[in-house]
Design a protein around this ligand. Structure first.
Ligand code: SF4
Length: 922
């Protein structure tokens, strides 16, 4: 009989099977069982399959996967249990005290061989012969099957070649349902479904004539789990299977997923998730899993270049370094070193950022160093540092599975941090409450208990109103407030003026919904919050984050598992680049300049400069006013990504030297670069990254650096030697640098490369016996037992709609592209999302007469951009949303000059605009 018919039969539970063996003495909660003649103790609750595998017995499976609930569809794991007439599925049945089991008896082996034969009969011979590596083919061979057992021809009617990354060939499907289960249980997407039943059972995608039209988000989990190749990565079909695997970290977002990179020759051909990673639990998103082709993109620059008389020309490293160092020296002598600034990179490793800021402080003797955290989460770091003493996430991703309520504010995790998003979705499907605060409907709003769809720019009003309900209805945690919170009475008086009824109209959210959200967050214990750039990229970004911390303090959601305030950091190492000291006021470890000066001077053996230093926005202002003359920009496309691009352009025009260090000639380099240093990508070097939950993870070299590219740290050290300070940069490896970092940053002293070999460590970790810190502030905040509530009044932005500019535009990322698109736009992700899109509500679209995909002109008070329209009701009437990845569209020509009041992060999230139809060209 066919496999599909036995799916239910094997789900028999063995509750009635009678133990046959006498038991000897055993420990509490342990049981004894005999497997293939060996009697052992096992933990109670273990499955028969796990118990056998614990003894090193390889019971074959095709449908079993550690990431999934057992299903027993493939029958390969059937074993004999003494006392049971039928063979039983070892994956589905728990081991019981006294059981006697045979995993490879004549009866089981015969059964397996028979089942394999039946599957083979309907399976294409050609594919069996072609792909020896697939688990089904290997097992068939092990059981003595050969090509003559395989009877079917490939059937083009059930193949599909439409998807950018996954090829579908359902002639190879053995109905193990692994794809259906993983899509549901890991990704929560429900793309693969069982179409019809019985003999006609077929796995189908959810919608559309082709697989490319389905709702697939291209995480690749289905291809990963498929034992036959019915769903297969196109990359291995085109390039062959990997010859070696290396574990490393994803080069994209701040989730920091661990992955296994498969290499053939010197080319990355496949990426799979690290199965045992505490961050991603055997899962990756479309970027981490598939978007790696940028490594060998045709336009990658792999030789240093200098632009002379307007023309780029390739030069040797020696010439490029001599020229850049000479120019720096010239500018320093003419204008002083304060006229030179350097930007570290969220794409570079911790070690590379460390040497970058050290170069600025030791070689240039200034504090003119910053990084792109300035334009994303510096408001978070500042707010959390001011209130709690440490400017980083308080908790861990592992807490998602134990929390009772999740508050997501100004973040879209299923697109921007997809693995964290998938974990959140699974937690909600299993019963956690979900509150979303966002002007736009995101995928997760479908699953939310409450969605507060506020007007952009009204965060402070709304969060004060949430606090008002918690205080007025006495939902706050009285013990926690009494022991760990300061200035409660003052806050109580302050927040009284922000009742939900007072703010409802301005926020555009009904008072009752605000009350509902506050009650849910305050009464679920524990509750955790995640926030993104929708909180930080505002005039009151820093203060917005403070209002989030206020809620956690009031409800006692700090210092415990399943709680906390957790910024979703954007780029893979943005947490690390700032933490390493790429910030004018902060030294490595997040230590304020004056607090750390003495210690750093002892380790470095040179004075730490006292000047205030420019941050990235101040660098632009100083260039605009003629004070700054040179910039060295590591892995960062400032011109494309800074708000208000016309002003950025005018600033760059004034510079005499722009050194760009990157993989590609980015927009900054193309337009303003003087020197280009080509770098090794994250697949081509060692080092460490730091994710959003403070985890330091090991990055490992998987392929050789392309052409003459060098690691960022090697370039910085060469520059240090060229300016005569080489003795402070005598490093020979990333590990050498890390060991110096451990000396200056005592809270990371216990993090050694050796200890990172498994899954990284979360700081604080002061010594080598310390296990790392999953939850901050358990007994006390960093500087004090108590943290004070902050009384933040609402200050509306000047960026408001008018008769001329009637729409409010917010911006964000899409699942398929990453920031400036420098990497993802050079991969087949461009097929999945070819351009930035302007989202507009159907009523607004009808009023101004635009249709789907029509290209429109968006104009703000500062500039204009053209892009195609996508009509949907994710945005409210009067509001627009668009992504900002594509240099062709260059959205920052229209964003505003307003900045956060504390740390100057630009107000990317609110721009008043109008829409026009572009004039027709004749
Ligand atoms: Fe990479 Fe982020 Fe996707 Fe994980 S969630 S695979 S870190 S892009």
């Amino acid at each position: 009989f066919a496999l599909r018919h036995i799916h239910c039969i094997i789900s028999i539970e063995l509750s009635e099977s009678k133990p046959q063996m006498n038991t000897d003495k055993k420990h509490d909660s342990n049981i004894q069982a005999k497997i293939n003649g060996t009697t052992r103790e096992f933990k109670e609750g273990i499955s028969i399959l796990e118990a056998a595998r614990n003894l090193g017995i390889e019971v074959p499976t095709l449908c079993h996967d550690e990431r999934l609930k057992p299903c027993g569809a493939c029958r390969m794991c059937l074993v004999e249990v003494k006392g049971s007439a039928q063979l039983v599925a070892s994956c589905m049945n728990k081991l019981k005290d006294g059981m006697e089991i045979e995993t490879h008896s004549a009866k089981t082996e015969k059964s397996r061989k028979m089942d394999l034969r039946m599957l083979a009969r309907k399976y294409p011979r050609e594919e069996f012969l072609k792909y020896a590596e697939k688990p089904f083919h290997q097992l068939a061979r092990e059981y003595g099957l050969n090509e003559n057992d395989f009877g079917a021809e490939a059937n083009s009617k059930i193949t599909d070649d439409s998807h950018a990354y996954i090829k579908v060939d359902m002639t190879r499907c053995i109905d193990c349902f692994a794809c259906v289960r993983i899509c549901e249980e890991l990704q929560g997407q429900f793309v693969w479904q069982i179409g019809s039943r019985g003999q006609n059972t077929r796995i189908i995608w959810d919608r559309g004539a082709t697989f490319a039209e389905s709702s697939c988000v291209s995480c690749g989990a289905c291809a990963d789990v498929c034992p036959t190749g019915a769903l297969e990565d196109r990359s291995v079909l085109e390039n062959g299977f990997p010859e070696k695997w290396t574990k490393t970290v994803c080069p994209y977002c701040g989730t920091g997923c661990e992955m296994e990179v498969g290499v053939r020759g010197d080319k990355v051909v496949q990426i799979k998730p690290a199965m045992d990673s505490p961050v991603n639990h055997g899962h990756l998103c479309v970027k981490g899993r598939y978007a790696h082709n940028f490594v060998d993109a045709a336009d990658r620059i792999t030789q240093p270049m200098i632009r002379r008389n307007g023309k780029w020309g390739e030069v040797s490293w020696a010439e490029a370094i001599d020229f850049a160092a000479g120019e720096m020296k010239r500018i320093g002598e003419k204008y002083g070193n304060e006229a030179i600034a350097v930007l570290g990179s969220a794409r570079a490793t911790n070690e590379e950022n460390y040497v970058t800021q050290k170069f600025v402080r030791v070689c240039l003797e200034t504090n003119n160093v910053d990084c792109c955290a300035r334009v994303c989460h510096t408001p978070t770091a500042a707010a959390m540092k001011m209130m709690l003493g440490t400017g980083a996430a308080t908790n861990s991703f592992a807490d998602i599975e134990i929390t009772k309520a999740i508050l997501i504010c100004g973040a879209n995790p299923t697109e921007n941090h997809p693995i964290a998003g998938a974990r959140i979705k699974q937690a909600v499907l299993k019963g956690a409450n979900l509150i979303i605060i966002d002007p736009r409907k995101t995928e997760l709003t479908k699953y939310a208990d409450v969605h507060l769809q506020l007007r952009p720019g009204t965060n402070i009003l709304l969060f004060n109103a949430l606090a008002n309900v918690i205080v007025e209805e006495e939902l706050y945690d009285k013990d926690f407030v009494e022991t760990r919170v300061a200035e409660f009475e003052e806050f109580k008086t302050f927040v009284a003026k922000y009742s939900p009824e007072d703010v409802a109209e301005k926020c555009g959210v009904a008072a009752e919904l605000i009350r509902k959200a506050a009650r849910l967050y305050a009464t679920a214990k524990p509750a955790m919050s995640f926030h993104g750039l929708g909180m930080t990229e505002h005039l009151q970004g820093t203060e917005g984050v403070m209002t989030v911390v206020n809620l956690a303090l009031l409800t006692g959601n700090l210092g415990k598992r399943g709680a906390g305030v957790n910024p979703l950091r954007g780029q893979n190492n943005v947490q690390g680049s700032a933490q390493m000291g790429c910030d004018p006021g902060v030294l490595t470890g997040g230590i304020a300049l004056d607090d750390g000066r003495e210690h750093f001077e002892n380790v470095w053996g040179v004075p730490v400069p006292k000047s205030k230093g420019y941050n990235q926005l101040q660098m632009m202002d100083a260039a605009f006013s003629g004070k700054l003359k040179a910039m060295w920009i590591v892995g960062y496309d400032v011109y494309l990504t800074n708000a208000n691009a016309h002003k950025t352009a005018a600033s760059f025009e004034n510079l005499e030297l722009v050194i760009v260090q990157d993989l590609f000639l980015n927009e900054t380099a193309k337009k303003y670069g003087t020197v280009f240093f080509p770098v090794a990508s994250s697949f081509e070097k060692d080092g460490t990254f730091m994710n959003a939950e403070r985890r330091v993870s090991l990055l490992r070299k998987t392929v050789s650096p392309r052409g003459n590219s060098l690691s960022d740290w090697e370039i910085v050290c060469e520059m240090a030697r060229a300016v005569g300070k080489g003795e402070h940069f005598d490093f020979h490896s990333s590990e050498d640098i890390w060991n110096e970092i451990r000396k200056v940053w005592t809270n990371a002293g216990g993090i050694t490369y050796k200890r990172l070999e498994d899954h990284g460590l979360q700081w604080n970790c002061p010594d080598e016996d310390h296990p790392g810190t999953e939850v901050l502030h358990t007994e006390s905040f960093t500087k004090d037992v108590r943290a004070a509530l902050r009384r933040i009044d609402y200050r509306p932005t000047k960026e408001v709609v008018s008769a001329e500019f009637p729409f409010l535009l917010t911006t964000g990322r899409t699942l398929y592209h990453f920031n400036a698109g420098t990497m993802t736009e050079r991969t087949p992700n461009i097929l999945l999302r070819p351009t930035d899109l302007l989202e507009i509500s159907s009523s607004d679209a009808a009023e101004i007469g635009v249709t789907n995909s029509e290209t429109v002109l968006i104009k703000s008070r500062y500039g204009e951009a053209k892009m195609p329209v996508q009509i949907n009701d994710r945005v409210q009437k009067g509001e627009l949303f668009c992504t900002f990845h594509s240099p062709e569209i260059f959205l920052n020509h229209i964003t505003s000059p307003y900045r956060d009041r504390f740390v100057l992060a630009p107000e990317f999230k609110v721009t008043a605009v109008k829409i026009e139809k572009p004039a027709k060209t004749v």
